[in-house]
Design a protein around this ligand. Sequence first.
Ligand SMILES: Cc1cc2nc3c(=O)[nH]c(=O)nc-3n(C[C@H](O)[C@H](O)[C@H](O)COP(=O)(O)O)c2cc1C
Length: 328
Amino acid sequence: MSLRTPLCDLLGIDVPIICAPFGPWEQVELAAAVSNAGGLGSLGTAVRGLDDLRKQWRRMRELTDRPFAINHTRRPFDPEAFAATLEERPAVISFHIGDPLDLVTRAHDAGIRWIQQVGDIDQARTAVERGVDVIVAQGGEAGGNAGDVATLVLVPQIVDIAGQIPVVAAGGIANGRGLAAALALGAQGVVLGTRFLASTEMRIAQEWKDAIVQADARDAVKIDFANAVMPPFSEGAYTTMTPRVLRNAFVEQWMGNAEGAAAEAERLRGEILAAVRSDRLHEYLPFTGQSVALIHEVLPAAEIMTRTVAEAEEALKRASRCFSAEQH
Ligand SMILES: Cc1cc2nc3c(=O)[nH]c(=O)nc-3n(C[C@H](O)[C@H](O)[C@H](O)COP(=O)(O)O)c2cc1C
């Protein structure tokens, strides 16, 4: 794989592809496979105790000696898990759903790079002020919590204000044409979330992977009852971010009835927490993006990366041929 950008040197990776963190879902094997194939693997931290997190990090180090990211968010923020992450010293901390405030300085003091994911131009301006190392411009197409602005609009908007800070595109990207488009918009790489959910290594139920392969973009919907069922926001959170999930019976039941869900919030939160612990969260909130429409088979992570890079190179060559044809 030969496609390189300055982002690769900054993060110590070979290919400008980052695998998204997946909140509470177990993803050590996937993250290690992505890092071993030259990308940046990530590990989520949501809804996990410290012992569990430390076990994951140990397993990750057994499986790879390449750089990887540990992710935190403000939905909610866990100060203990963050302090443990600083001690663990991953190459990168990635952050989402909120202003990172002084956390960036604390990471830098520990020799850790900071990737800040944002969903609009104001959040991007804040990221620049905080001194982050990389900004992920996450379009509203994305699976999981995100804003509403589309990737095609957000990426160039943020590239224009980011100065020397590399920008990475996320949301709706699942193949090499998406990577080529992101580079054309001025990004230096991509985050793939939904595409890597449907990978051999990802430890989610086969039925969720099958649903991703079969689904259309219109099946991945923003839910309006999220505040009743999701963990609370912490101080400094970007509360306008809402989750995009794949339609299922639970989503159909509560969609359009946020008030009803709020009235039963305690029971629903309890059920969802139990589902996290028994690996059935996909029966409630299968976080998934519109890029399902571009995913037709479950593949090993390394194969996803090889194909994405080869297809991007082909797409960029094809585009440049249009330009030279015009010249002659
Ligand atoms: C199942 C799932 C869980 C996610 N959890 C997190 C998370 O914990 N932290 C985070 O920063 N982003 C999270 N995201 C968002 C991703 O970082 C990324 O922006 C998104 O997946 C990109 O869009 P795509 O799914 O179209 O590739 C999640 C996405 C998915 C699909």
